[in-house]
Design a protein around this ligand. Structure first.
Ligand code: GGG
Length: 341
């Protein structure tokens, strides 16, 4: 039995996490997996009700679960996801970006992963604010950089074996340190390694995104470049992510809670893909092939739906509801699982 904690979140969060949970529940039962979902409220809404963005009871549920699926939270990101990354030492934030045939984009053939260091940099939260000043400490350690570089290396070895370290070494010595430590690790790996200033990386992502395979970057640059990368793929509604450490994982869409959007028309794919990454990670860490099969079935189903381009939410130029997209993905994933038999 696997226990999955679910943070429904704010805005469109409860609706998109609901679709992802339904898909996982249905597919898990088909391969004989027993999965229990435990709701762990966090975010703006629960903060308004209780005064706590991440109530103690929710934290307990998350820590006691095998993995957590998290919806977007509104203004309380710092108290929820940034806190969880620190508390559970989820040091690797893995964010894949791809273009699909049925989604209108300027570029085709884009396929890269941003590997974002997730516990250090300015997001460490070492800050001092007074009436006339505000200071945030930029923390980069050898330990933190070496372990995220190792993650980038491992991912590159499963892909096209190329890592681009993105930094700002010409201005900040902390980022020069990040670059140098990352280079030490990656040069031992027998893969192709290059480096780029973050400003140039932002430009190259817009004018030449197919050059990238794995981008390794500190926390804040990873946050910002992720939204840019999502824009290249047609919509931030397609970008899922994994926050993982040695034995814990929280999986979430890259997008925010979109409070102005009708939740019925929100794109659920980022959350559905995040659920697929969660099952893939759990399958590897628990050595359970059934989880990996469901994960792959979902990912392939998303790919088919987006390649066909017939059932798309308005962010992708379509007129379908999130529920129709979710059903189309579930049907294709069921087909994928049956075809394996
Ligand atoms: N990029 C859209 C968004 O609102 N993301 C939520 C957020 O800011 N999360 C904090 C983080 O990823 O560091």
């Amino acid at each position: 039995m696997y226990k999955i904690s679910v943070i429904p979140g704010d805005g469109i969060g409860p609706v998109v996490t609901g679709y992802a949970v339904s898909i996982v529940r249905e597919l898990a039962s088909r391969v004989g997996l027993s999965v229990e979902f435990v709701e762990a409220p966090a975010g703006d809404k629960i903060a308004a009700e209780t005064g706590e963005a991440l109530p103690r009871d929710s934290l307990k549920k998350i820590m006691a679960s095998d993995a957590c699926l998290k919806g977007p939270v509104g203004e309380t990101a710092k108290d929820v996801i940034v806190f969880l990354r620190q508390k559970l030492d989820l040091y690797a934030n893995i964010r894949p970006f791809k273009t699909y045939r049925g989604v209108k984009t300027y570029w085709s053939g884009v396929d890269f992963v941003i590997v974002r260091e997730n516990t250090e940099d300015l997001y460490k939260g070492v800050e001092d604010v007074g009436r006339d000043h505000a200071v945030s400490l930029l923390v980069i350690t050898r330990f933190g950089t070496a372990r995220i570089a190792q993650v980038a290396l491992n991912i590159a070895n499963e892909r096209r074996r190329r890592v681009t370290i993105v930094h700002k070494a010409n201005v900040l010595t902390s980022y020069r340190f990040f670059r140098d430590v990352a280079l030490e690790v990656l040069r031992q790996g027998g893969i192709s390694v290059d480096e780029m200033y973050v400003d140039n990386a932002a430009y190259q992502l817009v004018v030449n995104p197919t050059i990238f395979d794995v981008i390794l970057t500190p926390n804040m640059f990873g946050d910002i470049l992720s939204d840019l990368a999502a824009g290249i793929t047609g919509s931030i509604g397609l970008a899922g992510s994994a926050n993982v450490g040695e034995d814990k994982g929280v999986f979430e869409p890259v997008h925010g809670s979109a409070p102005g959007l009708n939740p019925d028309y929100a794109n659920p794919i980022a959350t559905i893909l995040s659920a697929s990454y969660m099952l893939g990670w759990l399958g590897m860490s628990r050595r359970d092939e059934r989880l990996s099969r469901v994960s792959k079935a979902i990912e392939r189903a998303v790919e088919s739906v987006l390649d066909e381009g017939r059932v798309l939410t308005p962010d992708l130029g379509g007129s379908s509801r999130g529920g129709e997209v979710s059903s189309a993905i579930l049907n294709k994933a069921l087909y994928n699982l049956n075809m394996e038999k």
